[in-house]
Ligand binder design. Sequence first.
Ligand SMILES: [Zn+2]
Length: 291
Amino acid sequence: MDARRQGDENPNSSVVAETMKLLANSSYGYQIMDRSRHTVTKYLNDEKTHSAINSKMFKRLNHITDQLHEVELVKTEIEHREPIIVGFFILQYAKQRMLELYYNFFKKFCDTDKYEELEMDTDSLYLALSEENLEDVIVPEKRAEWSQLRSKDCNDNFTANATDNFFPRTCCNVHKKHDKREPGLFKEEFRCAEMLCLCSKTYCCYDKQTNKYKFSSKGLNKRTLEDCGDGPMSKYRKVLAEAVNVTSTNRGFRTIQHSVATYEQTKKGLSYFYPKRIVEEDGIHTKPLNL
Ligand SMILES: [Zn+2]
């Protein structure tokens, strides 16, 4: 955090700041990697394919040419050497923080008719607001209580807590700057008038005024979506309208034993199916699963 705060102060150390960001963000994905799902893919001739199919490690077979088959096998030995407990707690604390925000801020202070949840992930929440700013969503009779809570914010020992600090402070310049990098506070990431959410980690925001997009497409190459003629939003809208998934081809480089090879991979792209809640007739609103 301090490295990133220094990066804000001094552009010369922004390389360090960016590296710290990358390091912090990428280590978390590694920690929760599930090695038991990793497989080995082999390219085998007829004869070897036969014995591979009969192996208890066999998982999948793909036809390439008449002489060549792609065989996917699970690993005979799995070594769990990630500190998954770290990643596990990062996820659980993030969920707890989201619940704190929801129950201690939105439920307690806000007018439910003035906001609607659109999409949520580990560290982000997208909302549709009927007002210009989030503070305007607070019910009038609760505004005094909310500003009462804010009045004790202007001190250097500030930390985000479970009940009354959720957003960066606006009290003074020193604290404004400090809170840009304070963990646990929700910062505004994007603002626009149009958002289309298909399912988890698959959404598209578009701001007409600045012609800017912010989108997430799980597993899909972002460039592919950006480069298509009329912008990424059209692809998302197509999925919603036609209820068919978009597939795409990912191309890239890989090094295999000191030599570089190119690869092509067809991916299930924008997914239409949303299994986490019941989607109502209108295709927009959702209700909890009947579990
Ligand atoms: Zn202050």
